[in-house]
Design a protein around this ligand. Structure first.
Ligand SMILES: [Zn+2]
Length: 322
């Protein structure tokens, strides 16, 4: 049976900090804190609840902006699994320790702002299934504009083709989805805890007054050689030298969630290695298309770069006990 619940999600505008300064300026060495001890943060109240015959679907967002991630929960008697269809993508839900299933939907920073259909497909242990429909309103992101100048020896990297090729390589890394929750009970944290965020995700950038592009991550103020730690537990999906991102580490956290750490001077981990939250991955450097030493951090969900800070702050459930 198909239930059609026309719930209109109210639009909200996400206000990002407006900080248009450049990446480079070094600062005093911030203290690197050890990862927090496990804390149980109770599940927040959902913004919208859709009830079907046997299942309740909860949306933990009240509209989404370009570049944001939204959390959905499905819970019901005999529920065996769930999947969302949104923006022509299928998103598998993951089981949580409370017996329910959660899915993450991600919005490209370039997605046209309007209302989209969201279908949540659920199935039961008796092999019956059901679709719950709603609509989600997307609004434009509050993105800043920036002028960025890279020095003459790196000016050849201001090239749309180099950028396209690098994105294609990353997309191929992000396309291998591990169907298990690898992030731990503490969720995600800033890779340099307490570091100042200097340049925002999604910024419209004009490089050397010649090339317009978008900022795919957040920049953190950091000094050369400072340790950078894993945002959450996972497995190293890629390490290597890229033209724009320099020496990078990509960590697979499962269910299409990847974090990427860029411009390293040194990398301390290898591909395939299991990583704990807070483990040192490498040191801050100036490799790639930089205007000075800094740390650039990206989160991709279901193949889209999303706002890493919004993703980190978003409440997430724990994985079920193994
Ligand atoms: Zn950056």
């Amino acid at each position: 049976m198909i239930l059609s619940l026309a719930v209109f999600v109210i639009l909200t505008v996400a206000l990002l900090p407006v900080q248009a300064q450049d990446d480079a300026a070094p600062a005093a060495m911030p203290t690197v804190a050890a990862p927090a001890t496990p804390t149980v943060i109770p599940r927040p109240l959902p913004a919208h609840v859709l009830t079907a015959e046997r299942t309740t679907v909860e949306l933990y967002f009240d509209g989404l902006a370009q570049g944001q991630t939204g959390l959905i929960r499905a819970v019901g008697d005999g529920l065996a699994g769930a999947r969302a269809r949104f923006l022509n993508e299928l998103v598998d839900f993951f089981p949580a320790d409370d017996g329910s299933f959660y899915g993450l939907i991600s919005i490209s920073m370039e997605q046209t702002a309007r209302t989209y259909d969201l279908d949540v497909l659920v199935w039961y242990s008796d092999n019956t299934r059901q679709t719950i429909n709603t609509r989600v309103g997307l609004v434009i992101g509050a993105f800043v504009r920036q002028e960025v100048n890279v020095p003459p020896d790196k000016a050849y990297l201001v090239d749309p083709e180099i950028e396209r090729n690098e994105l294609a390589r990353l997309e191929s890394v992000f396309s291998t989805v591990t169907p298990s929750v690898l992030w731990g009970a503490n969720g995600f944290q800033l890779p340099i805890p307490g570091a100042e965020l200097t340049s925002a995700f999604g910024a419209f950038r004009n490089f050397n007054q010649t090339m317009q592009t978008r900022h795919t991550g957040w920049d953190l103020r950091a000094t050369l050689g400072q340790p950078v730690m894993a945002s959450a537990a996972g497995r190293v999906a890629y390490t290597g030298l890229m033209d724009i991102r320099g020496n990078i580490v990509v960590i697979d956290h499962g269910y299409g969630v990847f974090t990427t750490y860029c411009h390293f001077s040194q990398v301390h981990v290898t591909r395939g290695q299991t990583i704990t939250q807070g483990q040192v991955l490498g040191t801050v450097g100036n490799t790639g298309r930089t205007s000075g030493p800094h740390f650039h951090w990206e989160v991709a969900v279901n193949g889209e770069f999303v706002d890493a800070v919004q993703f980190t702050q978003m409440w997430k459930p724990n994985a079920p006990p193994a």
